[in-house]
Design a protein around this ligand. Structure first.
Ligand code: E4P
Length: 217
């Protein structure tokens, strides 16, 4: 399972990269705004800064909603750095653009996926990644994990190569349950990654070992 961090915060990205288990980064316009990154040049530079920190794929989202605009923005983003994956919303024009990018060998992440039908369309269009938003479904009392399971079944039935990128992860149990269901990738905040480290028995066990080790020194 690949681990992506879902943030535009460079400190968090560096910290996750330092753990040695980070495979990539996802961003979205809200995450960029949260870091006060505004203006096209600053936004493009920020993507480059992220690519400098990590080795893997970095999703950069288009904001156009018409085919020509999505293609224009996506091609500019893809040219920026080889690690950039063009993140495109699951709308009709976005679907057409994913097919266009796929034919040109440009990697895409189809975002804002809330149903298995949408995921099926994205895979048929040739999306590299599909991002079902687990946490936001849970927020409205719908079983987000069930969507991950459905997409896994459908993709396996037809051997689609599109990777399931479980998004909108909120906590460590989301990560573990997505791993059980066979999601290819998870993207979440730093807390969902370093939270996996923690167990009270590890902490008390280590304290006791260190206490007992004092007599060796
Ligand atoms: C997906 O790539 C999105 O950036 C993200 O996971 C959305 O998460 P949220 O629902 O916590 O905003």
């Amino acid at each position: 399972m690949k681990f992506f961090i879902d943030t535009a915060n460079l400190i968090h990205i560096k910290e996750a990269q330092g753990l040695g288990v980070l495979d990539g980064v996802t961003t979205n316009p809200s995450l960029m705004a949260k870091e006060d990154i505004t203006g096209k040049d600053n936004i493009l530079q920020h993507y480059l800064d992220i690519c400098e920190i990590v080795d893997g794929d970095v999703s950069a989202e288009v904001v156009a909603t018409d085919f020509d605009g999505i293609v224009r923005e996506g091609e500019e983003l893809a040219k920026l750095h080889e690690q950039i994956v063009v993140k495109v919303p699951m709308i009709k024009e976005g679907l057409k653009a994913i097919k266009y990018f796929s034919d040109k060998g440009i990697k895409t992440n189809c975002t804002l996926i809330f149903s298995s039908g949408q995921a099926l369309l994205a895979a048929k269009a040739g999306a590299t990644y599909v991002s079902p938003f687990l946490g936001r479904l849970d927020d409205i009392s719908t079983d987000g994990l069930n969507l991950i399971a459905e997409i896994r079944l459908i993709y396996d039935n037809y051997k689609f190569e599109t990777e399931i990128l479980a998004a909108s992860i909120r906590h460590t149990m989301h990560v573990i349950n997505c791993a059980k269901l066979g999601a290819d990738v998870m993207t979440g905040p730093l807390s969902s990654i370093d939270g996996l480290l923690k167990h009270p028995l590890t902490e008390t066990g280590l304290s006791k070992f260190l206490e007992d080790a004092k007599s060796f020194m």
